[in-house]
Design a protein around this ligand. Structure first.
Ligand code: IPD
Length: 277
């Protein structure tokens, strides 16, 4: 079966731009906030609305395509299996907590995966008018202009993003605090945006050198991974090696050298912390 990636992309771009209006119109209005099981995993009626619209419209045009969406998965309590069929991976609002607080870093993330390869990645922050996009082997773009990752080669000259909130789960306490300690000592600084998809795009555009996060999901990563790779960067597993897209633990970096330095730093710091505390 042949696939017209250009056509898929054009349709997705139009739908995502339209859905962005929902975020724009809702950002400063009342939101019905609910918890999805654990107290810090929040959802609003807008997350569901955007996912419904994207899934309904895409499946009207492409009835054979499959979907893996954040809110549908939460409702069904079951992550669909990734097959070789064309599959749209959707995070309707990535950075829901930001959206609720009117912190303007929030986005829609949509990826198309065919035969387990990410063919299209779109990440759109309608509040800051940042439309990131990539098609496999066709480069990465911000609002239609090509983007490239940072050329910095030393971790000590880098700005790194991390997500400390994950330490709410005690399994991550030592790794998160020890890694933050190492980054505070060994880099220009740490930033934390609260939206994985958009933070990956900040690596892609060269605004930060790397991003590290664990305990996230396929819809947080799929689009951003392609955008980084097409911009010249790399997204790998925290321990090194290939990323498992379905249970991602990520080091996303502007180049292999920075990724390697982060892996080594994380290995040594956890040993050091365990001996000391
Ligand atoms: C969240 C954000 C956050 C990441 C969380 C995600 P959501 O997405 O991407 O950066 O650390 O794991 O759940 O829930 O706002 O779509």
């Amino acid at each position: 079966e042949s696939h017209d990636i250009e056509e898929y992309y054009n349709i997705a771009e139009e739908l995502v731009l339209k859905a962005g209006k929902i975020i724009e119109n809702a950002i400063d209005s009342y939101k019905n906030v609910q918890c999805k099981g654990i107290e810090w995993d929040l959802v609003t009626e807008y997350d569901r609305k955007i996912e419904d619209i994207l899934q309904t419209q895409l499946s009207e045009i492409y009835p054979k395509h499959k979907f893996i969406g954040e809110e549908t998965t939460a409702e069904n309590k079951c992550l669909p299996k990734l097959t070789d069929d064309p599959t749209w991976i959707i995070d309707p609002i990535d950075g829901t907590t930001n959206f609720i607080h009117q912190f303007p870093h929030t986005c829609i993330s949509v990826a198309l995966v065919i035969r387990k390869k990410i063919e299209i990645g779109i990440v759109y922050n309608p509040l800051m008018k940042q439309f990131f996009s990539a098609k496999r082997q066709k480069g990465a773009f911000l609002n239609g202009r090509p983007i490239k990752t940072s050329k910095i080669a030393n971790l000590s000259d880098s700005l790194i993003a991390m997500e400390p909130w994950i330490a709410k789960n005690s399994n991550y306490l030592v790794s998160v605090y020890s890694r933050m300690h190492a980054l505070i000592q060994g880099t220009h600084g740490i930033r934390s945006l609260g939206t994985a998809a958009l933070t990956l795009c900040y690596v892609a555009m060269g605004a930060i050198e790397a991003y590290h996060v664990e305990s996230i999901e396929v819809w947080d990563v799929a689009a951003g991974k392609l955008i980084i790779e097409e911009a010249g960067g790399t997204v790998i597993d925290t321990a090194g090696g290939e990323l498992d897209l379905i249970t991602p633990r990520i080091i996303a970096a502007c180049n292999h050298s920075i990724a390697e330095q982060l892996i080594q730093l994380f290995k040594t710091i956890v040993k050091y912390f365990k001996q000391k505390y």
